[in-house]
Every structure is written in C-alpha cells, then in structure tokens.
Design a binder for this molecule. Structure first.
Ligand code: ACO
Length: 428
C-alpha cells in the first residue's frame, strides 16, 4: 500500500489512500469517506478538490508552468499551430504529417453551416451578446445531427468533434455579421483556419478581405494559448454536463455559457472596458488601483489574479510580446496598451497585489490585440471559446473513456428550515 492520510473523527481513525500524479502532486482519495465516517467534505469553489485524474494539461501555478500533454506552452506557441495543438490535445501525441493533413482536410470539408441554421442567427436581436448566440447555436447543432450524437459511439464522437472544430469559426463570424446587419460570408476552403475566420468576419460580398499573414499568425498563437487549462470553470462545466451522458454539442454549449462570465472568459472584454474607462476619466493607473483595492468598491483589476497562478501567467508573457509585435507591425500606437503597461508596472510593486500574488492573467493583454485587428469588444470572449474548444472536447472525451466515470453530483450541508407543518393560505 502506498502513502495514506489518517483521519480521526468521533474516536474512529480511518486510512485514506494518497494518490500521486506524474508530476508528484498528491491528493487524498476520499471515495470511502462518507461510507466510513458519515462525513462529506465542504470546499466552496472547489479550492482544494480534484474532480478527476487527467493526462491532458499540467499547470504549476506557483512556478508559472503550463504544458499540454507534456509540451511547454512557450514551445508550442513558437513552433506549432492551432490545428496541430488541437490534434495533440485530442490524441495525446503530435501528429505525423499525413494525420495532420487529413485532419485539416476533414475540418475544411465541414466548415459550412447547414443553411437552415442561418434562421437561428436572424431570430436574435441585432444587439444580442454573441456568447448567448454562440451557446444557443452550438446547442442547436444537437438538433441537426441527432443521428450521430451518441457519446458512447466512437464514430459519433469523432464526427461531432470534427463538426464542432470546423464550424466554430463560422458560427463566431456569423454572430458578428448578424450584429452588423451584413450578409453571412461562406467559408473559403483555400484558406487556413485563422485566415478563413478573418475572411468570414471581415469580407463582404462587395469587398474581398486580404488577410495579413502576421495577423492570422497572431490569432493562431492566441488560440494555442487558450486551447486548454485543465479543470477551470467552463471545462468543469463541460465535464459535469458530459457526465450525465448528454451529447457533445449540449456539453460544449454549457461550457460556452460558463466561459461568458466576467470572472472567467468574459474578463478579456472587461479589461478593455476598464482601460477605456481609465482613458475616458483621464485618471492615473495608481488612482485606479486604489479603487480596486478598496473593499467598499466592487471593482477589481480585471485581467489580474488567477485561482491557480500565484505567479506570472505564462500565457500573459507570450501575449504581451505578441501584442507589442502586432501593434508595431501595424504601425499603431495604443493608448490602451500604454495604460495597461502602466497598471501592470504599478500593481506588480503594490503591496496589496504582491501579498495576494496577483499577476497579469491571459486576459490582460489579449483584448488589445483583438482590438488592433478589428475584432469588436463583445466578440473577444467568442474568440476565447474558439480557442478553448479543443481542450473542452479533449476533456469531455477523456471523461467518456474513463471507466471510473460517474455522474457529477456534489453533496451539500443543508442550512435551511428543519421540518415544519404546511400552513394554509388563510393562516399566513
Ligand atoms: N483585483 C483586486 N483584488 C483582487 C483581484 C483583482 N483582480 N483578484 C483577487 N483579488 C483579491 C480579492 O479581493 C481577495 O482579497 P482578500 O483576501 O483581501 O479578500 C484576494 O485577492 C483573493 O481573491 P479571490 O477572489 O478569493 O481569489 P479567487 O481565486 O477566488 O479568484 C479570480 C480568482 C476570479 C480570477 C480573481 O482573481 C478575479 O476576479 N480576477 C479578475 C477577473 C479576471 O481577470 N478573471 C480572469 C481569470 S483568467 C480566466 O478565467 C481565463
């Protein structure tokens, strides 16, 4: 028997097995806790709870390390591309050339949406948030592919995976086109994944959009950086929905909804709104930080802080460099970048942020790049969803293949009224 932790309660001591991961992180296996002691664990926000064993992504938040399937994020961002990273996340290994070419071809063959799906976009108000539209359309895919959505059928899972990855850029671009009142632009299968997305976003029937390869590459790097992040809020949501054996489209749609919130993926939109507010008010970074530190003020420094990283988020470092490259290539100066850098500089020296280990996260600089390439603010989180998609699917697939997979069903400590008699209306 390996290591055990001992728990004593009401005079009885039990041994709880300790499990260890490949990077030597340890966890107490509590599977028998309730049956042996009557106790459950209480851990709001799952600050200390592992929900699964996973071999996809490794994070060391103290050291600022992120690896997909063992490969450091820095190397993948520099040398790989989003399709290769998607394959890696889904299959566990880097693809051989033939496999990658076949994967890219499969995605090209499935990039169009069913014509009837356009009706969904047109039914939403023009000012609908694209995350709401995106979540709805992804869920609606379940209705178009009912004959191939069985989570236990490997061919159904394969084709649903291809359809989702292939159609997500089209869905994202259609959300935008609908909001602008412009015609939808069909995918152009001669273009690579990111160039095709930019084409569907910015071309019109009367004007071709010439894709700048540097912009397409910057977008590709951003997608790589967002592709997975182990058991975050949206991924846990995808797993939770998947644990009920709901189909892949329904599970991913729930992930999109979870990502929308400003504490999670919605932070990239919130960062730009915050920077614009600072620019409009003409206040210094230092003054703004005082508001974020004030416990009577609900504001937070958006794009700062992370549940897992207690060090500089490695993705933020890469994004900051990409951000400066893109702006200098486009010969653009950015008032918002200047403000962001000032805020970062002040915060990293401020006792409040230092003691709480609050560093820039993935969202701090990403919005500035999106803005420079013409993506509107409310589309930022949709791009995050496009990037996170292969990670969500890989995690969902891992769950479906896990022989220990059970329906996700936490318990609670009940704090409501104890038993009481029903009182009729005339007695209340
Ligand atoms: N600005 C000011 N104070 C902050 C910030 C911030 N951005 N983040 C955390 N704090 C403070 C909290 O007020 C708290 O202070 P206290 O101990 O005095 O009460 C302390 O730091 C710990 O914060 P928690 O909220 O308990 O930390 P948690 O791990 O639950 O939250 C989170 C992490 C949600 C990311 C938080 O840091 C935050 O709200 N950041 C801003 C939003 C953001 O950028 N989200 C994107 C995260 S990355 C992603 O999801 C892709």
């Amino acid at each position: 028997m390996g290591e055990v932790a001992k728990l004593t309660f009401n005079g009885k001591t039990i041994d709880l097995p300790v499990i260890e991961g490949t990077e030597h992180e340890k966890g107490i296996d509590l599977a028998k806790l309730r049956s042996e002691t009557g106790l459950i664990t209480y851990d709001p926000g799952y600050m200390n709870s592992g929900a699964c064993q996973s071999s996809i992504t490794y994070i060391d938040g103290e050291a600022g390390i992120l690896r997909y399937r063992g490969y450091p994020i820095e190397e993948l961002a520099e040398r790989s591309n989003f399709l290769e990273v998607s394959w890696l996340l889904l299959n566990g290994e880097l693809p051989a050339k033939g496999a990658l070419d076949g994967f890219a071809q499969d995605l090209r063959m499935h990039s169009m949406l069913h014509e009837d799906m356009k009706a969904f976009f047109n039914a939403f108000p023009k000012n609908a948030h694209p995350m709401a539209v995106g979540a709805a359309v992804v869920n609606a895919m379940s209705t178009f592919y009912q004959d191939s959505s069985d989570p236990s059928n490997p061919e159904h899972v394969r084709i649903s995976t291809i359809r989702l990855l292939a159609k997500m850029p089209t869905i994202a671009a259609y959300c935008y086109k609908h909001s602008k009142g412009q015609p939808f632009i069909y995918p152009n299968n001669r273009l690579d994944y990111c160039s095709n997305f930019l084409h569907m976003m910015f071309a019109t029937p009367c004007d071709e959009y010439v894709v700048d390869p540097a912009v397409a590459r910057a977008l590709d790097v951003l997608l790589i950086l967002h592709a997975d992040h182990e058991q975050n809020c949206s991924t846990s949501t995808v797993r939770m929905v998947g644990s009920s054996l709901a189909n892949l489209f329904a599970s991913i749609s729930a992930g999109v909804a979870a990502l929308w919130g400003p504490r999670h993926g919605g932070a990239n939109q919130a960062v730009i709104e915050m920077l614009e507010e600072i620019a409009a008010e003409g206040i210094s970074g230092k003054t703004f930080l005082e508001k974020c530190k004030d416990k009577n003020d609900t504001r937070r420094l958006m794009g700062f802080g992370h549940r897992v990283y207690k060090n500089y988020d490695p993705r933020a470092k890469i994004i900051k460099t990409v951000c400066m490259d893109v702006l200098s290539r486009m010969k653009r100066s950015s008032r918002l970048l200047d403000i962001a850098m000032e805020l970062e500089g002040v915060a990293l020296k401020d006792e409040y942020f230092v003691t709480r280990k609050l560093y820039p996260n993935v969202d701090f600089y990403s919005g500035i790049i999106y803005q420079a390439i013409g993506i509107p603010t409310d589309m930022f989180t949709v791009l995050f969803a496009m990037g996170r998609l292969p990670g969500w699917i890989a995690q969902w697939q891992e769950l479906q293949k896990d022989p220990t997979n059970k329906i996700g069903r936490p318990r609670q400590i009940y704090t409501g009224a104890t038993k009481r008699a029903y009182s009729p209306m005339d007695k209340r």
